[in-house]
Design a protein around this ligand. Structure first.
Ligand code: EPU
Length: 417
């Protein structure tokens, strides 16, 4: 079992280069199934979820090869094998196999997804979309079976703004007959990235990034080459870490517009921010103002940055209120931060955070972003070594975390216990 050990109290200094977006990558890889010839994905983050996806595709008969951060997928010999168990169970985003296989083969059996279970994460809107396209969807002993004689375009209104449902319906609809309209679609940059890939494969998708997406189904899609957008959540995490340690860090290879909600909050707190074309400099200050933050769907403040932000707000003066309107109870990092001396109480959807310095402790990440929050908290601690368990969660979303932090001057290492 591995732990992350952090001897904090050092301001982060230097430059960190952000890798490709995890939440794009794990949708783009299954999207490649919809093509009849080779798809090359560049700028992939080298993460455990990406490795699991590569394994899933190979099991289905695709040829997968790697060249650095580029993945070559030849899906021409792929088949829709039932996957009730196995690697699909380890991955939250294995639900994208449903849309991709349904689109290409009109049939799929996929075990219900695993991944970060910080609270129940239903997929009813995905299923509603598949059914509207003409699929029959049944739950057979914990695996979802989807089948359609023919997929037909439809008008689908999402009752909940969902990233996963928007992408999944888009995947299936690209190979349906006729037009599909998704109303109340999610607008996250990762959705635009998936639509860009699918359009390069010959699909016709308009409106990705707005609340109405129109898809004209195609009978066949072809291979292409696509470079993944930078990971805004990874970038945001380093921005928060730079501020929390009162450092001075250039976060390179980012799209600053994707980080506007975070940037605005950091400025409101008194953090120094310099925005350039493809990078953001974060300049820490000795003291910060308290702020209220509401995590919302994009372009609002990202729920995935809610936990890291909690750690930063322990460093602000006064009382901050951080509410999450995407997930009702994504606060598994809070009891661990309290073990480190934080003064936080959770009331409903909100964490009420009173500024207070933190101390070293043995803590455990219960999910990916909770892990990021604990690492940031550990970096602020002046004395002693913070031990963060649950490293396997952190590895799902942050490639090269230890190397990057060490290059920024942090005293961080992995220890096998
Ligand atoms: N929801 C439903 N029904 C559905 C789908 C979603 O009620 O059919 C609800 C969820 O319970 C949640 C809200 O809608 O309250 C939003 O969920 P969404 O579907 O947008 O989330 P997701 O697609 O499952 C992705 C990211 C998450 C990120 C959310 C929100 C992937 C693989 N995951 O999840 O990322 O928090 O969007 O932005 O893309 C992470 O990276 O740590 C992570 C959890």
């Amino acid at each position: 079992m591995e732990k992350l050990m952090i001897s904090g109290g050092r301001p982060l200094q230097g430059t960190v280069t952000i890798s490709g977006a995890k939440n794009s990558a794990i949708a783009l890889i299954p999207a490649a199934i919809l093509a009849e010839s080779e798809v090359i994905l560049d700028n992939l983050p080298l993460l455990s979820d990406v490795a699991v996806y590569s394994e899933i595709l190979e099991e289905l008969g695709a040829t997968v090869s790697w060249d650095g951060n580029s993945m070559r997928i030849d899906p021409s010999h792929i088949i829709s094998l039932p996957m009730p168990n196995g690697p699909v169970k380890n991955l939250r985003a294995s639900y994208y196999m449903m849309g991709a296989l349904l689109g290409r083969f009109k049939e799929a059996t996929i075990g219900l997804p695993g991944g970060c279970n910080f609270e129940p994460r239903p997929i009813d809107q995905h299923i509603k979309g598949f059914e509207a396209l003409g699929a029959t969807v049944t739950n057979e002993h914990g695996a979802i079976h989807l089948h359609a004689k023919e997929l037909k375009g439809a008008k689908i209104y999402l009752d909940v703004v969902s990233v996963g449902a928007t992408i999944n319906i888009m995947l299936a609809a690209t190979r349906a007959k006729g037009s599909t309209i998704i109303e109340n679609a999610a607008k996250e940059p990762e959705i635009i990235d998936v639509a860009t890939l699918l359009n390069s494969m010959g699909a016709s998708i308009k409106g990705a990034g707005t609340e109405t997406i129109r898809i004209e189904g195609k009978s066949e899609l072809h291979g292409c080459r696509h470079s993944i957008i930078p990971d805004r959540i990874q970038a945001g995490t380093y921005m928060i870490a730079a501020a929390a340690t009162r450092g001075n860090v250039l976060i390179d290879n980012v799209i600053p517009k994707h980080l506007e909600a975070l940037t605005a909050k950091l400025i409101e707190m008194g953090v120094g921010i310099e925005e350039l074309d493809e990078s953001i400099r974060v300049i820490g200050k000795p003291s910060y103002e308290h702020v209220d933050v509401k995590a919302l769907v994009y372009p609002g403040f990202a729920t995935d940055l809610q936990s890291p932000m909690t750690s930063l707000l322990t460093q602000a003066q006064g009382v901050s209120v951080l509410s999450d309107f995407v997930y009702s109870n994504r606060f598994k990092h809070v009891p661990e931060l309290i073990r480190m001396g934080a003064k936080i109480r959770v009331e409903g959807r909100s964490a009420i955070i009173e500024g207070h310095s933190l101390n070293a402790a043995k803590v455990k990440a219960a999910d990916l972003r909770a892990g990021a929050a604990l690492v940031i908290a550990g970096l602020t601690v002046e004395e002693g070594v913070t031990e963060v368990g649950g490293v396997e969660f952190i590895d799902r979303g942050y490639d090269n975390l230890v190397t990057n932090l060490r290059e920024l001057g942090a005293d961080v290492w992995r220890q096998t216990l």
